[in-house]
Design a protein around this ligand. Structure first.
Ligand SMILES: *Cc1c(COP(=O)(O)O)cnc(C)c1O
Length: 402
């Protein structure tokens, strides 16, 4: 395995553990080039299923269980909190709301810190520890901070998080504090926080933002676990909210590998849903533009996807195109309404996650998705990630009724 520049025209390669976040030649993002030898898909599928009954911490982890497709580390170096192993929950009222017969949710909010970022963080933190990092840091809209803080604590490494001042849910901030991270508040948006962090290249900090290719590797395994749960039969659609677009990029990479190595014959269409106030990717798709124009002042109640300049858009776009998917946006009102329906299904999620159901509702209303299509929607964060949002919504409702 090695690192490779994501731009196929450049294709510069680096040592797997080289301390670089972007291509030293052209500045494009890097990715881990996976090239396992002698892959026999049928026997690996059986091995992965068998590992579910194992007591090895690597097998208990829903990420490291699939380690044949991840960078290799000695077992004792792996930093894990038993992440992954999230269920598929069938939609009831939500399916009715969307007008779909076959809707399931994969709830990544049921991870150790309540969000899918743990799946990337176990891989990123393991790499950080492997290369001897003393300080790890990220910019975050909250969830990456909570996750980094937890995994840094496990690894015995100092964690530092850069947050946009006043724009982070208190629940997420509380997690970061509880896990002992140093919190740096930056004036401006998430994009400003990320730029502040990225300027600190010579302070011996190991960067754990989603542009870190190891995080993408960990998040990639979400699709390995999902396909395992679906007995390797792909649904017609896979719907995911898009912020910085690391997660959809990771899913794209997963399907590329699963097809290439014969685990699947067909991938689901990847549908990325953004919030209307932070929608540069959806705008680009609708206008047919060749490059992404950032949104200067992103604004949405779904703070986890309040990002104006998503870094992984090229990786994500490649997956949307390769699978025949699409990109759309939904308003804050649509997100809030969909979130309430997910709650009434007994599932619950944070606002950003509800963009999936809102997007499905919109696609069904326009006839873009068939009623009989099989759909898996990715819920990204736990219902308790933004309690203030819920309380405010219900106070408004009860005021309206009194
Ligand atoms: C990080 C996050 C997202 C956005 O994921 P990207 O990889 O940045 O596109 C969506 N929902 C929640 C809850 C998140 O924490």
């Amino acid at each position: 395995m090695q690192l490779r520049c994501f731009d196929p025209n450049c294709a510069t390669t680096l040592d797997l553990h080289a301390p670089a976040l972007e291509c030293p030649k052209c500045g494009e993002l890097l990715e881990v080039e996976v090239a396992p030898n002698d892959v026999d898909a049928a026997s690996l599928k059986a091995l992965w299923t068998a590992r579910r009954t194992s007591r090895d911490p690597r097998d208990i982890s829903g990420v490291w269980r699939y380690r044949e497709f991840l960078p290799a580390y000695p077992a004792e170096e792996i930093v894990t909190l038993g992440e992954g192993n999230t269920p598929l929950v069938r939609g009831l009222r939500t399916a009715e709301y969307a007008g779909l017969r076959d809707l399931q949710f994969k709830h990544l909010g049921w991870n150790p810190t309540g969000c899918f970022k743990d799946l990337g963080m176990t891989a990123g933190m393991t790499e950080a520890k492997h290369v001897g990092a003393r300080i790890v840091a990220c910019a975050s809209t909250g969830n990456t901070a909570a996750s980094l803080a937890a995994y840094a604590a496990r690894a015995g490494v100092a964690g530092r998080v850069y947050l946009p001042q006043g724009q982070v849910s208190l629940n997420k901030l509380a997690q970061a504090l509880d896990f002992g991270a140093e919190v740096v508040e930056v004036e401006g948006s998430f994009d400003d926080a990320l730029n502040t962090l990225l300027a600190k290249t010579n302070e011996g900090i190991y960067f754990l933002n989603s542009i870190n290719p190891f995080r993408i590797e960990g998040q990639k395994t979400t699709m390995f676990e999902l396909m395992d749960q679906l007995n390797w039969q792909a649904p017609d659609y896979l719907v995911v909210p898009g912020g910085n677009l690391g997660n959809s990029a990771a899913f794209a990479k997963a399907f590329d590998e699963l097809l290439r190595y014969g685990f699947l014959t067909r991938a689901p269409r990847i549908v990325v849903v953004q919030a209307a106030g932070a929608n540069p990717f959806a705008q680009m798709w609708q206008s047919g533009a060749a490059t992404l124009t950032p949104v200067a002042e992103p604004e949405t109640i779904a703070t986890a996807i309040r990002i104006g300049n998503p870094r992984s858009w090229k990786k994500s776009l490649k997956g949307v195109k390769a699978t025949g998917g699409q990109i759309l946006d939904v308003t804050d009102e649509e997100i809030a309404e969909a979130k309430a329906v997910i709650g009434r299904d007994g599932i619950g999620c944070e606002p950003a996650s509800a963009a999936t159901l809102a997007g499905l509702h919109k696609l069904r209303a326009s006839g873009a998705i068939d009623r009989d299509a099989s759909v898996v929607a990715i819920l990204t964060g736990h219902v308790l990630k933004d309690t203030n949002f819920i309380i405010r919504t219900h106070q408004k409702e009860s005021n309206a009724h009194s």
